[in-house]
Design a protein around this ligand. Structure first.
Ligand code: ADP
Length: 431
């Protein structure tokens, strides 16, 4: 029903009421009395409807709209329409708030909403994990009272939104956090804490790497420039007298070339994680070839034996796989006395096949094992250099294996020997 027809109906209702009251009043010669009675009846009817409206508004869900016609019906349906619009908007807002809450909860950064006086209003899941906050007991508490961290308290007191603070995560002592503040609402602010442990670790690795490369290249450079200075100062230089310095300079230059080549290979290996040269590599042939080559390196080389228990081939890059076998066998030979033994195995273990290089040499103390594949990590740097090692061999091995979806395992006991195992998964094997 539209508003106009409601009003028209009501108007005609009043007209009819007045006419009926006037006619009855004329019959009984009491026109004023009947008009007064009609007015009272009309007023009571409206009062009754108002009371019903008030009752219905108190709990609109509990009862139907009481009147469906006339001006009152019109008023009820208009109110119902407004209420339904509000309900829809409420539902939309609730959905939005829920979505917002669940998205901030899923954020990896800790977010804590604080009142102007530093009282905790709300926080997300990451705040529980990184800051150790607990919803049940910490909401309503002052943040600085929970942590008792003087630096954090001073940082919050300053309310300088352009600054950041680095601190150890109170919820996890192994993680480092970067904390910042952001204003919102009426004097309230957010405390945002980002886990920067991995970033700091990467920065440290990068700095160490630059320092290591510089150090590795400086030693041969110093030797070469020393010889050059000596030669420049020397008079009557004979061919024989410079033969030895030239020889040593050649060795140092070769060493620098080896470092640069290994670094370039590592950079290439790191640039994408999967091997794209897909040939089937004959590992049996490769193991035998490398064992023979290394055996002939010097008379000091311990005996190298091969044990073949698999005919499977590896899907991958032959040159890279050859560098894995060579690096492992050369390492084993370098760390094993002449009367020791090195065994190179290619054997099936269930669905996977394992390349094993075992030696009876000096072994490696357990604290060094997790770090062996770091670039330039060496148990004894001096000895490694003496033997022409760059400290990059096992880093290259690890990267090549990654590209072939294979994994490296190291077992070793000091003074008893070491075993390097490369596990190749079934999806990288054929035959
Ligand atoms: P390097 O050029 O020094 O051989 P690697 O990355 O190949 O560099 O090896 C890192 C370090 O691991 C070596 O310096 C050595 O201390 C240790 N290592 C590797 N293989 C063996 C092994 N078979 N026995 C004992 N120590 C080993």
């Amino acid at each position: 029903m539209n508003a106009r027809s409601g009003w028209v109906q009501e108007f005609w209702r009043i007209v009819v009421l007045v006419l009926v009251a006037w006619a009855a009043g004329t019959v009984f010669n009491q026109v004023y009395l009947f008009l007064l009675l009609a007015l009272l009846a009309y007023t009571f009817r409206n009062l009754f409807n108002l009371q019903r409206l008030a009752y219905w508004l108190g709990d609109p869900q509990a009862s139907q709209i009481p009147i469906h016609f006339g001006l009152w019906g019109d008023i009820y349906s208009r109110i119902a329409r407004v209420m339904s619009r509000h309900a829809q908007r409420d539902a939309r807002m609730t959905k939005l708030v829920n979505e917002y809450a669940s998205s901030t909860s899923a954020l990896p950064d800790a977010t804590v909403a604080l009142e102007a006086d530093g009282t905790i209003r709300w926080f997300n899941d990451a705040a529980s994990r990184l800051l150790g906050l607990q919803a049940a007991k910490d909401i309503g508490q002052k943040l600085v009272n929970l942590f008792r961290h003087p630096e954090l308290a001073a940082f919050i007191a300053k309310l300088d939104y352009s600054r950041t603070l680095e601190l150890t995560a109170p919820g996890n002592k192994n993680r480092k956090l970067e904390v910042r503040l952001a204003p919102y609402g009426d004097g309230q602010y957010l405390l945002l804490a980002q886990d920067i442990t991995d970033r700091l670790q990467q920065e440290r690795v990068r700095k160490d790497f630059v320092a290591n490369v510089s150090h590795e290249l400086r030693t041969p450079l110093t030797v070469i420039s020393g010889f050059i200075e000596n030669l420049q100062d020397a008079e009557n230089v004979s061919r024989e007298s410079i033969a030895r310095p030239l020889d040593l300079m050649g060795q140092q230059a070769a060493r620098m070339r080896q470092i640069v080549e290994d670094l370039l290979l590592l950079a290439r290996l790191e640039s994408d994680s999967k091997s794209n040269t897909q040939t089937t590599v004959d590992m049996v042939g490769l193991v035998r070839l490398v064992a023979d080559e290394c055996q002939g390196l010097s008379p000091e080389t311990p005996e190298i034996r091969t044990e073949i228990g698999s005919a499977r081939r590896v899907l991958g890059d032959e040159k890279q796989l050859r560098s894995v076998v060579t690096n492992l066998v050369v390492n084993a030979v370098n760390h094993t006395p002449a009367d020791g033994e090195v065994i190179v195995r290619w054997i099936d273990r269930g669905s996977e096949t394992v390349l094993e290089v075992e030696d009876s040499g000096e072994g490696i103390a357990s604290e060094h094992i997790p770090r062996l594949t770091e670039r330039f990590y060496r148990v004894d740097a001096g000895r490694s250099r003496e033997r022409g090692g760059t400290g990059l061999g096992l880093a290259i091995v690890k990267h090549v294996l990654n590209r072939h979806e294979a994994t490296l395992e190291v077992e070793s006991d000091l003074d008893e020997g070491s075993r390097f195992l490369c596990h190749f998964p079934a999806n990288r094997l054929s035959g």
